[in-house]
Design a protein around this ligand. Structure first.
Ligand code: SAH
Length: 272
């Protein structure tokens, strides 16, 4: 008997993995986070499956579902939003399962920050301009360690994806304004991949008012990044004709010929 923690993806029921969907189809017990996991994902379950919504349960009640299933020798599909590596309470659940000697596995999912980037049609890393993505949240009722405060994260000028922070947008703007100019780009995606998805593009100067006007208060990803304002980035090395890597030999343009003619680069032999 195993508890399978399955990332359901960001909302579109087609964005669960094939592996996750197959487990939902075959597990006799389903425990899903009803607030964010779409019903269509759960409709894959067998008609006789026991289906529980964890939205109103506490950790003890959730653990009881695992214990009962274990006693019956029944696998559990534990379905949660996005990917389990981010703000999922996976760790506290698996700690209980370890203590009880119950086996578990994790099946990854598409995270909401990825679905938000897809909705925006935006690569979050750009060659030589931004090569790091920080996933974080603003500190509110749930505290964030002081060393991870937004002002210090902003120093890196990396793409900053903020979960669970929609109601804290004014605080986010205040803290980031100590480091960035007011025209620093900020995009917000509400309910990425859902039919009612909404996108707001703005800057530190106006994003809070725009979100307020649109009444966006939850299920929203805030992405703060210069990548939204950069269009003069260089091409990547990956597809650079002169760059050799493990899967492809580079070609160089021969300066003596004209640019139409290309010569294959002979890779240096490694005798030394
Ligand atoms: N494990 C999840 C995150 C859970 S925390 C993941 O990988 O996506 C819940 C937060 O995720 C929300 O407050 C919101 O910031 C974000 N979120 C979840 N689904 C979203 C969606 N469809 N669109 C935008 N943000 C979403």
């Amino acid at each position: 008997m195993t508890v399978y923690f399955i990332g359901a993806g960001p909302g579109d029921p087609d964005l669960i993995t094939v592996k996750g969907a197959k487990l939902v189809e075959r597990c006799p017990v389903i425990l899903y986070a009803g607030s964010l996991v779409p019903k269509a994902v759960i409709e894959r379950a067998q008609p006789q499956a026991k289906v529980y919504d964890s939205a109103s349960m506490d950790l003890d009640e959730i653990t009881q579902v695992y214990t009962d299933a274990h006693a019956q020798g029944q696998d559990v599909a534990r379905v949660q939003t996005g990917d389990l590596s981010i703000y999922s309470s996976l760790a506290e659940q698996t700690r209980r399962l370890n203590a009880l000697g119950i086996d578990w596995q994790v099946v990854p999912g598409v995270s909401s920050f990825q679905a938000s980037a897809a909705a925006l049609g935006q690569e979050l890393t750009l060659p030589e301009q931004c090569q790091t993505i920080i996933l974080s949240r603003a500190s509110g009722r749930t505290p964030v360690p002081d060393k991870e405060n937004l002002k210090s994260l902003a120093q890196h000028e990396a793409t900053l994806c903020l979960f669970l922070s929609a109601t804290l947008i004014r605080k986010v703007v205040r803290e980031l304004s100590d480091v960035y100019a007011q025209n620093w780009p900020v995009c917000v995606v509400e309910k990425a991949s859902h039919p009612e998805q909404r996108i707001i593009r703005g800057t530190l100067a106006d994003i809070a008012d725009k979100m307020h006007a649109a009444n966006i208060r939850s299920t929203a990803m805030i992405i703060v990044s210069k990548v939204f304002a950069i269009d003069d980035f260089v091409d990547s090395k990956l597809y650079d004709p002169s760059f050799t890597h493990a899967c492809r030999k580079g070609k160089v343009l021969d300066a003596a010929m004209d640019s139409v003619k290309v010569a294959t680069v002979v890779e240096a032999s490694s005798h030394e």
